[in-house]
Ligand binder design. Structure first.
Ligand code: GLU
Length: 486
């Protein structure tokens, strides 16, 4: 069997969209699953869409996500250059375009803007209007073409697609797709600035770089029959094409910048973990044989089988991703979590707090880092709360019982010297036992008084320890005051 070679071929146009990340991941997995080679190729022939700095984003994202390429602009594997603008300088695209002209599969076109503007237009799959070229220049004589070229008249080179017959393209997921040739436009292969179009460069490069499997979004599906015609014209083997289902947002609309979480960087800025994002993105269209949902990259490599990719649109469900991210926190060791959570903790709790302890408290209770603030804000400042909160059915507490308990424990805590969780717990336990109460009957009012919250990431004595004696007693006195007024 030939060795699998895949490529991720991004156009440097900005942040790495979730769809692009999925293509990169699947290309990586298809290759790595079979010990193949994963290559990075930069497709920068569209100068208008080029965004400064976008190539760096691509490198950074691939590095961060662990999608490490075996070959690429920075790792020569003998198939370079790996950047299309550099490949262009070698003349490769023009040479192949001329070969097609010799075979009658392409032709020079000298039509000017005015003439093109007068031609029929159609709306393509993406809603853009495109001009259907009328093959005017196909009938130019050899002499006319040479005269034009000699005069330095601007030209493009177009693919010559017959008006009759059909072309069949095979996709691994979508099967055979047959289109009427008359519906295919004589697409431009070489633009007037000498650059190849994306579609042409893509075919020439995939072939000359020995690519065996192409994985990409299904927005390219409609151009693919034209690719087959190019492969056939050159007598080249068509790679295996795998077009991936659309990714939609929760409203079943195409995931776009407006959704606010469309790119890898957006998600990281929103406090998601790289591993969780990769894990989640892997499941956008692919599923394993069993119900496993949490995968490391190595497990994905082992389990990934592209035959199990689904054709139905994949919904990007931020709620699910949040859940998954939370699972990663739960499985993370405390030290690592603390390192990552530190900036968020420092922001939420300026001053003298034992952030390491607090990190441990919140680790299993948050889904994304920004959730930290809502978990720990009461340490910073006691929120205003309703004394209704002292009433708890199960604990059998109410305002009256709470006032009595707080009045009892205030002097006990004032006398307490060792203000650590364990010592505090023992002290309170003694009081509980002496009185013959249930734990909750005492702990609930204390916790309410020191946190002002229904839910806290820790129990009463842990909170007392974090707050320290002075602050916690202040809060208990405040509780007594509120309850006495009622
Ligand atoms: N340059 C294309 C993009 O960024 C890649 C399409 C393909 O993989 O063939 O979307």
């Amino acid at each position: 069997m030939e060795k699998i070679r895949t490529r991720y071929a991004p156009s440097p146009t900005g942040r790495m969209h979730v769809g692009n990340l999925r293509s990169a991941l699947y290309e990586f997995l298809v290759a790595k699953h079979d010990n193949g080679t994963f290559m990075l190729r930069i497709e920068d022939t569209d100068q208008e869409r080029y965004v400064e700095g976008a190539v760096d984003i691509i490198y950074r994202t691939m590095e961060a996500t662990g999608l490490i390429h075996d070959e690429g602009p920075d790792k020569d594997g003998g198939f370079g250059p790996y950047v299309q603008s550099e490949r262009m300088k070698t003349g490769i695209y023009m040479d192949y375009a001329k070969k097609l002209i010799d075979k009658g599969e392409a032709y020079y076109c000298f039509c000017d803007k005015e003439r093109l503007a007068s031609l029929k237009t159609e709306v393509d799959d993406e809603g853009k209007s495109i001009t259907i070229y009328d093959k005017h220049c196909l009938s130019l004589s050899k002499e006319e073409i040479e005269a034009n070229l000699a005069a330095g008249n601007p030209f493009v080179i177009r693919q010559n697609i017959p008006n009759e017959g059909t072309t069949t393209f095979h996709d691994e997921l979508y099967g055979d797709i047959t289109v009427e040739n008359a519906e295919l436009d004589d697409m431009i292969l070489i633009k007037s600035d000498g650059y190849p179009t994306y579609n042409f460069a893509n075919v020439v490069d995939d072939h000359t770089m020995n690519i065996t499997h192409v994985v990409r979004g299904n927005e390219y599906l409609s151009s693919s029959p034209k690719y087959v015609r190019l492969y056939d014209a050159f007598g080249w083997k068509v790679p295996v094409y795998i077009h991936l289902p659309l990714i939609t947002d929760e409203n079943h609309k195409k995931l776009s910048k407006r959704s606010g979480h469309a790119s890898f960087e957006d998600l990281i800025e929103q406090g998601f973990l790289t591993e969780a994002v990769i894990n989640y993105v892997a499941l956008l269209g692919w599923s394993p044989e069993d119900n496993q949902e949490i995968f490391t990259l190595d497990e994905l490599i082992k389990n990934f089988d592209y035959h199990r990719i689904s054709k139905s649109p994949a919904v990007f469900d931020i709620v699910k991703l949040r859940w998954m991210n939370g699972e990663y926190f739960k499985a993370m060791d405390d030290e690592k979590f603390y390192e990552l959570a530190k900036p968020y903790l420092e922001k939420a709790l300026p001053g003298n707090f034992d952030l390491k302890k607090i990190a441990k408290m919140v680790k299993t209770r948050i889904e994304v880092f920004p959730d930290i603030d809502g978990q720990v804000d009461f340490f910073r400042e006691l929120p205003e709360y309703d004394i209704e909160m002292y009433t708890h059915k199960k604990m059998k507490t109410n305002a009256e019982s709470s006032l009595q308990v707080l009045n009892d424990v205030l002097p006990i805590l004032e006398a307490q010297e060792d203000y650590t969780n364990d010592a505090l717990y023992q002290t309170l336990l003694k009081y509980v036992e002496e009185k013959g109460y249930k734990n909750g009957y005492v702990m609930w009012p204390i916790r309410t008084a020191v946190s002002g919250k229904q839910m806290t990431p820790a129990g009463a004595t842990e909170i007392l320890e974090i707050l320290g004696k002075e602050e916690s007693l202040k809060r208990i006195r405040k509780g007594i005051e509120l309850l006495s007024l009622a």
